[in-house]
Ligand binder design. Structure first.
Ligand code: COS
Length: 384
């Protein structure tokens, strides 16, 4: 749902301008240094990007899902690392509080997340628990007015920058599956919380991940999300429904950028006496990419509108994440192919994007997990 088309247009225009004038020129430096310059982070704060999806009453822009995906299309027209920095505050790092948090938890954290003063992180994955998220082993044992957390979380996005973590931990060791899990808000600097060294990733340089280690980490009982044990896994799944749709929108934006670069290159590069864009085999790659991006964009828009209408979009979010991330991978591959030898060399963005977009098919649920979820929901719906 779009509340005010004019205000939204001002926002998407200013994001598009910021992306093209400030972020795109910084892409090579960010890739080489593995750091986003502090001035750009400040600019992102001033634009309100950290609070896009945080309700207005807590200082955010309170975008609807349809508005959010339209902004994500624009923001993703550059290295995904920039989006990643603001991604957790708008998505997996804040949504647990927004969806299931107590009034006090919202009051305490959301305003600082919306302003970007605080970075949020979502800690679900563990060394032995990835796709099988309900098997997580991090424990949380009640100790008076505290919980004692022990365990290790892995590949946690923005952990090196984070001020607050949403941590899924097992409060009931008797229950092996989802029902034994609770979600906590753990502040950086809490004694017993340490970080591993920064992971060296294939791509998305400038976006950081690392292990988060809990050793008798004492967390106030007030930081149990929603004040309720045993529902942390459901909180995580609800957060991921929205997250998956947002990632699908990001895939569309990045794919549009890769196709734009590939088209420009094909029109400029001459072989056999004419631009390679004149050759039908190149045209086939351009056209297939255009059609697939359009399909993914339409799916994302439809699912976003349905979510705004209050529909359960678990299945649609998985369909969008599956199709858009796989589409993005195919577009990246064709973009490199259209660039030929130049596509394999780091002077051109195609090489960098090829590495960056590989992650989309893996995080927030692999393509295979999305397939399982879609089929499982279909079978459930058809079972009398
Ligand atoms: N919204 C609300 N509740 C949900 C839900 C959703 N989208 N999905 C599941 N639940 C609920 C279920 O209804 C169930 O509750 P009840 O027992 O009361 O009915 C509970 O949560 C457990 O769900 P389920 O039985 O589906 O658990 P599984 O162990 O079978 O879940 C999958 C398996 C694969 C769905 C899950 O582990 C998953 O999504 N894995 C991928 C994790 C991931 O994306 N990791 C990325 C890292 S985080 S960036």
């Amino acid at each position: 749902m779009i509340r005010d088309p004019q205000i939204l247009k001002m926002l998407t225009d200013s994001v598009a301008r910021f992306v093209r004038t400030k972020l795109v020129p910084a892409e090579p430096t960010v890739d080489e240094s593995d750091e986003i310059p502090a001035t750009l982070i400040n600019d992102m704060r001033e634009l309100g990007l950290f609070g896009l999806a945080i309700p207005e009453e807590f200082g955010g822009l309170g975008l609807t899902m349809e508005e959010e995906v339209l902004v994500a299309f624009e923001l993703a027209w550059t290295s995904p690392a920039f989006r990643s920095l603001i991604g957790t505050n708008n998505g997996i790092g804040s949504q647990g509080i927004i969806i299931d948090g107590t009034a006090a938890q919202k009051e305490k954290y959301l305003p600082r997340l919306a302003s970007g003063e605080l970075i949020a992180s979502f800690a679900l994955t563990e060394p032995d628990s990835g796709s099988d998220a309900a098997s997580l082993r991090t424990s949380a044992v009640r100790d008076g007015e505290f919980y004692l957390l022990n365990g290790t979380k892995r590949y946690i996005t923005n952990a090196p920058e984070a001020g607050v973590f949403t941590v899924m931990a097992r409060t009931n060791p008797e229950i092996k599956g989802a029902a034994g899990i609770s979600a906590f808000l753990v502040e950086a600097g809490t004694p017993g919380l340490t970080l591993g060294k920064r992971d060296i990733k294939m791509g998305q340089k400038g976006a950081h991940t690392c292990d988060v280690i809990f050793e008798n980490c004492r967390v106030p009982a007030d930081n149990l999300i929603g004040g309720k044990e045993g529902v942390g896994f459901k909180t995580a799944m609800k957060v991921l429904d929205k997250g998956r749709l947002h990632i699908a929108a990001v895939c569309v934006g990045v794919a549009e950028r890769m196709l734009s670069d590939a088209l420009a290159y094909a029109m400029e590069r001459k072989q056999f006496g004419k631009p390679i864009a004149d050759f039908q085999l190149i045209q086939a790659m351009l056209a297939d990419s255009k059609a697939e991006i359009y399909a993914a964009r339409s799916m994302v828009m439809d699912a976003a509108r349905r979510r705004d209408d209050g529909e359960d979009i678990s299945t649609e979010a998985s369909c969008c994440k599956l199709f858009a991330s796989e589409m993005c991978g195919r577009v990246a591959d064709r973009a490199v192919q259209i660039h030929g030898g130049a596509g394999y060399i780091s002077d051109y963005a195609a090489e960098r994007f090829y590495r960056d977009v590989r992650l989309f098919r893996i995080y927030e649920g692999t393509s295979q997990i999305q397939q399982l979820l879609i089929a499982r929901n279909m079978i459930r719906a058809a079972t009398p």
